[in-house]
Design a protein around this ligand. Structure first.
Ligand code: ANZ
Ligand code: ZN
Length: 834
């Protein structure tokens, strides 16, 4: 009897897999292939449990698909640009590159110790010039096509750190780092025109059946398509009209005031000569102190001020006051609204606060008269001149048409999806490959001069603005157009750029002529399965989809949609909160691997919960999984020699043997379906545990003997077959144990590349049972179905039954209204008579 020494066995197989290049993907797969992708980690220094979970899920699927005979693409890399490296540089005086490279080395080693089946020859890291030069190349392609442009945008600015802050870095109005008050500032920044693809990004969602419904909903919401209309309100006293965007033109007779964004460009002119000017300017000044961002604006208390001016409602010809209000954002619609307090929550709140008129123009369909605001569209227009008495939808159509005919409005579709601001005033990112020439303006760096490499003569102090601006050698450039002196752009790109296309680079990682070859992209994409956290459900996936569409239009051979099936794994939590360093509730995977081994750690994390669910960490279960691994090992160890001689089982065998065979083949079918189709890895492991129990019952181990019991030749053959199946089923979950057991059972060659066996259909057949069918309380017949059939299957048998079929599904009727089902026994139906 030998113990299972996880550390030597795991190292041994990791070495063999590597020597035999077991997980190398071919450049051009011939025949079926599977691209299994997991979100690449940020190299913070240590692998955490969230990573382990993500990668254990991916690895189980990858290994299964490889055994199923598919060519496997299963790469790994590093999302290695970003702020933490720069902060580490500030705090420890280490260059971000050194810090990053040393973290990558540590983390790669940790991943290797987990035994994940990666093709490490395809590893990429986004901070390396051979990678980020292609970010720059893409940027230039987009610039040429009008997809990259420069524009002013208001940003959150910390005057102390002299840097732009993302919305998440503003904590109750203060800088997250130095706590000084954040102000607003207008900065010239680079944008990518995601809006050009808004319609396609939205329309595709309807065809993406392999994505979780909640992610599709989040993406739909983020794109935020709204059908509505522009309406122009003439300004009393002259000047250009004010254009508003509304989705409810049907409520226009209830518009009692207009509200403009504090940033609305027409304000200056409106205020000229207005008595209210001083008050409005004080208000605008106060607003500038508040952080920007739509979400932040929505949460703020609604405040505003009257401009002293009026406009004219083009439908009712009524005079309405023009206000400025802090809940109107400039970058949606036109930055101006017609406010209808009777039918809109926000407008109602505002009107109540400032004593503005509330006029009801929609009456509920049910004849009731609720207190405003009545926001439902189930109603009819009232007090709406010639448009009264219409349904909301009819009114919208008629009013939009009326405005168009008279030239003061038109239908319009608006998207919430903004163009993507990619400028960051940081060092550790991809330099934006543009130069500024006093004579020729903004010029792209010629492709032959790429990459624009990050300079090394930069000091990291944490303030003083853009670090690249401090490097004289970097800033000084030649104008590509006139050859004169020019200044280099010192902003770097948002790190979401890096992760928008990395999965294509894996396919052709050494290419120095192009980001990747179109042939490689065509051969391997779309990605069959992408696994990662729900936290990336919106931005990362939206950008990745956008980038794929752009690349397709550049002729790079990529599909419009990069990912066929998406799995968002749940969070790993401790004490109800997501494990994170800042919360101090982290359990380090390396200690666990050291103590229990990679196989036990993987089994534990996969068995604890279904992949999509959050997982509450508890070490209570880990001993159980360690015992399970040892039980498997004892079984193999004890029976290896006697099983080794046995051939395949003949049919029929004795009852006990037949039961074991059935169990083994059903487990095999179950595990294959759970991994390949359902992605229910925890139930697959549970099924394997049951098979282990069955094996112990069939061939009990005597603790005092090192070998197994005496079995007949036929029983030995069955035992042997079941052990083989057990070990093969374990291979995706506990690959080291499985390889060792496989070789112990006398097989040559790697189990990792051994074909996944087909279950014997004869062993899957279930016994038939008879189900009594009652209809409206009376027994009307019986149907025979396989044991364990569910309600659907039994109903299907009822439908096909000559007599019962016409009773339960009479022509012209809807079928059963209610059903009570007792598995393997009874189906009780309530059927309406036609
Ligand atoms: C009048 C009205 C009456 C509105 C009513 C709604 C309900 P969605 O659906 O999100 O597209 N709006 C327009 N531009 C805005 C801006 N820049 N900032 C803040 N709010 C703005 O929302 C469209 C509605 O949001 C528009 O329709 C407008 O208010 C407001 F019973 O116009 B509505
Ligand atoms: Zn020039």
């Amino acid at each position: 009897m030998t113990d299972f020494d996880h550390s030597s066995i795991e190292t041994k197989w990791q070495r063999i897999w590597e020597e035999q290049r077991a997980f190398r993907a071919p450049d051009r797969p011939e025949g079926p292939r599977f691209y299994c992708l997991e979100m690449l980690p940020y190299p913070s220094g240590r692998i955490h449990m969230g990573h382990v979970r993500n990668y254990a899920i991916g690895d189980a699927v990858a290994r299964y698909q490889l055994m199923k005979g598919r060519h496997l693409m299963h790469p790994m890399g590093w999302d290695s640009f970003g702020l933490p490296a720069e902060n580490a540089a500030i705090q420890r005086g280490l260059h971000p590159r050194e810090w990053t490279e040393s973290n990558i080395a540590d983390m790669r080693e940790q991943l290797r110790r987990m035994g994940f089946a990666y093709d490490w020859s395809r590893e990429i890291a986004s901070h390396r010039p051979e990678y980020y030069r292609w970010n720059q190349w893409f940027f230039i392609q987009m610039h040429q096509r009008g997809l990259a442009y420069r524009s002013l945008r208001r940003v959150n600015w910390c005057p102390q750190c002299e840097t732009v802050l993302a919305n998440e870095q503003v904590e109750s109005g203060a800088c997250w780092r130095c706590k000084s008050l954040v102000v607003q500032k207008d900065l010239e920044q680079w944008f990518l025109r995601t809006s050009r693809y808004a319609e396609e990004l939205l329309a595709d969602l309807d065809t993406m059946g392999g994505w979780p419904e909640r992610v599709l909903a989040m993406q739909r919401n983020w794109i935020g398509r709204s059908e509505g209309a522009f309406v122009d309100f003439a300004v009393e006293g002259g000047g250009p009209p004010l254009r508003v965007f509304t989705t409810r033109i049907d409520t226009i007779y209830g518009a009692t005031f207009l509200a403009l964004s504090p940033d609305h460009p027409a304000l200056a002119e409106l205020l000229e000569g207005s008595a209210a000017r001083g008050g409005v300017e004080a208000f605008l000044h106060a607003q500038k102190q508040a952080p920007v961002g739509e979400k932040l604006s929505a949460e703020r208390e609604k405040e505003g001020v009257f401009t002293g001016r009026h406009a004219v409602n083009p439908f009712s010809l009524e005079r309405v006051p023009i206000w400025v209000a802090n809940f109107i954002v400039m970058d949606y619609g036109t930055g101006a609204i017609m406010a209808v307090p009777a039918h809109d929550e926000r407008d109602f709140e505002f009107a109540t606060r400032y004593g503005l008129a509330v006029r009801t123009v929609i009456a509920p369909a049910d004849g009731s008269s609720p207190a405003p605001p009545f926001t439902s569209e189930e109603g009819r227009t009232v007090e709406s001149g010639p448009f009264s008495g219409l349904s909301c939808a009819q009114a919208r159509k008629a009013m939009t048409e009326h405005a168009r005919r008279l030239g003061f409005g038109e239908g319009s579709v608006q998207f919430r999806l903004k163009d993507w601001g990619i400028s960051r005033q940081r060092y550790w990112g991809t330099p934006i490959p543009m130069v500024y020439c006093a004579r020729c303006g903004v010029q792209p760096v010629p492709e032959s001069e790429l990459p624009v490499v990050l300079p090394t003569d930069v000091t990291f102090a944490g303030k003083g603005g853009n670090p690249l601006a401090g490097s004289a050698s970097f800033v000084k450039a030649r104008c590509p157009a006139c050859g004169g002196e020019a200044r280099r752009e010192t902003d770097t790109m948002d790190t979401f750029v890096d992760s928008s296309w990395y999965f294509y680079r894996y396919l052709d990682p050494a290419n120095d002529k192009a980001p990747f070859s179109p042939e490689a992209a065509a051969a391997w994409t779309p990605i069959d399965l992408y696994i990662g956290g729900i936290t990336h459900a919106i931005l990362h996936l939206m950008y990745a989809r956008f980038w794929s569409m752009v690349m397709r239009d550049l002729g790079l051979g990529t599909p419009g949609e990069p990912v066929t099936r998406l799995l968002c794994q749940g969070m790993v939590q401790l004490g109800g909160a997501t494990m994170s360093k800042s919360k101090g509730n982290v359990v380090a995977p390396d200690e666990m691997v050291e103590r229990y081994g990679a196989d036990v750690t993987r089994l534990f994390i996969l068995f604890a919960a279904p992949p999509e669910r959050d997982l509450e960490w508890s070490e209570a279960g880990i001993d159980g999984l360690q015992r399970f691994v040892r039980r498997v090992w004892r079984l193999v160890d004890a029976h290896a020699s006697e099983a080794a001689g046995a051939g395949p089982p003949r049919r029929p065998a004795g009852t006990a043997a037949l039961d074991l065979r059935r169990k083994a083949h059903r487990t095999l079918a179950r595990v294959g379906d759970d991994i390949g189709r359902r992605l229910h890895l925890n139930t697959a492991i549970a099924a394997i545990m049951e098979l282990v129990n069955a094996l112990y019952l069939f061939a009990p181990l005597d603790e005092n003997r090192s070998d197994g019991p005496d079995l007949s030749g036929e029983d030995r053959a069955v035992l042997r077959e079941s052990l083989d199946i057990l070990v093969q089923c374990l291979a995706p979950f506990a690959p080291h144990l499985a390889e060792e057991a496989w070789s112990r059972l006398g097989h040559a060659g790697l189990l990792a590349r051994h074909p996944w066996p087909e279950p014997d259909p004869a062993m899957l057949e279930r016994e038939e049972v008879t189900i009594v069918v009652q209809v409206n309380g009376k027994v009307r017949g019986k149907v025979a179905v396989p044991q364990g059939s569910d309600q659907e299957m039994v109903l299907e048998a009822v439908r096909r039954d000559a007599r019962l079929g016409s009773v339960v599904f009479p022509p012209g009727a809807e079928g059963p209204r209610r059903a009570v089902f007792v598995p393997d026994k009874l189906l009780n139906l309530v059927v309406a008579r036609p």
